[in-house]
Design a protein around this ligand. Structure first.
Ligand SMILES: [Zn+2]
Length: 155
């Protein structure tokens, strides 16, 4: 099954980051009008996630041209559970996407990480990825284990 792609409104910034951690393409803009949001959703075939009940009453959405979901829950954990249930999402749990840029990560040989990650990390980790957009390095360290643990409780 093809993974859905998302676009989130201003009120769902943290949720966007967690969707990226789960392996989903989740676009999020800090400053965007409803019109622009709908435009991007339409062009890029993205599901709108919003907390704005007014937005989903637009004709283009009610007529089914664009899919949109209102997020009812207030806390991040509840939002994640709500979403995974309603959309039957899987957590891929495999560091695929930059949490800041929403760009797919590129696996790099360990040698390439050598001078770019802390020495302890280099010694203890074997696989590294790089965000081609912001240049951030990723590895499955302690932080990633905490993330996985949280996701285990969700999906
Ligand atoms: Zn990045």
């Amino acid at each position: 099954m093809k993974r859905p792609k998302f676009i989130l409104d201003q009120m769902c910034g943290r949720l966007a980051k967690w969707l990226r951690l789960m392996g989903y393409d989740a676009t999020y803009f800090n400053d965007i009008t409803d019109g622009e949001l709908i435009d991007i959703a339409n062009k890029e075939n993205r599901v709108i996630l919003t907390r704005d009940a007014k937005l989903v009453k637009r004709k283009i959405i009610t007529r089914g041209h664009i899919e949109a979901l209102i997020i009812d829950s207030d806390t991040l954990d509840a939002q994640l559970i709500e979403l995974t249930k309603r959309l039957k999402l899987d957590c891929f749990k495999s560091l695929e996407r930059c949490i800041e840029c929403n760009v797919e990560l590129r696996s790099i040989p360990k040698s390439e990480a050598k001078n770019n990650v802390p020495p302890y990390v280099y010694k203890t980790q074997d696989s590294f990825s790089l965000c081609p957009s912001c240049g951030r390095y990723y590895w499955k360290g302690t932080h990633w284990k905490h993330i996985q643990k949280k996701l285990d409780g969700i999906c």
